[in-house]
Design a binder for this molecule. Structure first.
Ligand SMILES: C[S@@+](CC[C@H](N)C(=O)[O-])C[C@H]1O[C@@H](n2cnc3c(N)ncnc32)[C@H](O)[C@@H]1O
Length: 253
């Protein structure tokens, strides 16, 4: 139960904890139709490389061994599609996201790629998953966790729904510490990205939020400690592209 005076941040703004999810939902309702295009433009295609590295770490079975993936905050389905293409016939993915507009785009993409028999889409909140205990071989969350108001609750749910021996993978923006690159990255983030957002989606504010939320997300060491506190073992992380993103890994053992 939240305390009535409890606050969190929405980008650089402090907001009541109970208000954050609705604000986040407005952002993704606004950008859903252009979300995938904007990812390519903002990252110059690099998000594809980062996502492929996440799929390499997931390493789904190539054979017909059953393998159930839960991709939370899965949006338009990118991670689930990439995993399905890398995996064998025993693979099934469930994409769970709180936003019906993002899921709608994902369902259309799944049908267009003939992946709708292996990837299903379910509306739901990362903080309270409607799945039984010990149901999944792996849990992925890409560029999603920083949008979730109660990260501890989402991590506890991830742990609960994973089978013993199941793998947790989180791809998230991280902290750029490379001298020179940090200033360039700041300039690009705070000036270029909102302008690009305005030009492509008509919505600069949503992209300002996305940039600000990256800066408010815990540093990778602190997030690794949150994973350990949630019960995950063999927790590790790997920073990529000068620290722009980090891939976090943990196991339910
Ligand atoms: C930046 S997108 C990431 C989409 C996808 N994983 C990708 O990498 O392209 C963030 C997603 O998190 C979802 N989201 C935000 N809060 C959530 C919550 N509490 N539970 C589930 N999904 C949530 C949003 O609706 C949005 O689709």
């Amino acid at each position: 139960m939240d305390r009535p005076d409890e606050t969190t941040h929405f980008g650089f703004r402090d907001v009541p904890l109970g208000d954050k999810q609705a604000l986040v939902n407005d952002v993704f309702h606004s950008v859903a139709q252009r979300y995938d295009l904007m990812n390519d433009l903002m990252s110059a295609g690099l998000h594809r490389v980062w996502k492929d590295l996440m799929i390499n770490a997931l390493n789904p079975p190539r054979g017909d061994k059953p393998f159930a993936l839960l991709d939370v905050a899965g949006g338009t389905g990118d991670i689930a599609f990439r995993a399905a293409k890398a995996a064998g016939p025993g693979f099934r993915a469930t994409v769970c996201d709180i936003n019906s507009d993002m899921l709608g785009v994902g369902r259309e993409r799944a049908a267009a790629q003939h992946l709708d028999d292996r990837v299903s889409f379910i509306e739901g909140n990362a903080e309270a998953l409607a799945f039984p205990n010990n149901a999944f071989d792996a849990y992925t969350i890409a560029f999603g966790i920083r949008n979730v108001p109660r990260i501890d609750a989402a991590l506890a749910e991830a742990f609960r729904v994973l089978k013993i021996g199941g793998k947790f993978l989180c791809l998230e923006f991280s902290a750029v510490d490379v001298p020179g690159l940090d200033r360039l990255y700041d300039f690009y983030s705070f000036n270029v990205i909102p302008a690009l957002g305005r030009a492509v989606t008509g919505d600069a504010e949503s992209y300002r939020y996305l940039v600000e939320s990256i800066r408010r997300f815990p540093r990778p060491e602190a997030f690794a400690a949150m994973l350990r506190a949630a019960g995950f073992k063999r927790v590790s992380f790997q920073q990529m592209t000068g620290g722009i993103v980090a891939l976090h890994c943990g196991w339910r053992l």
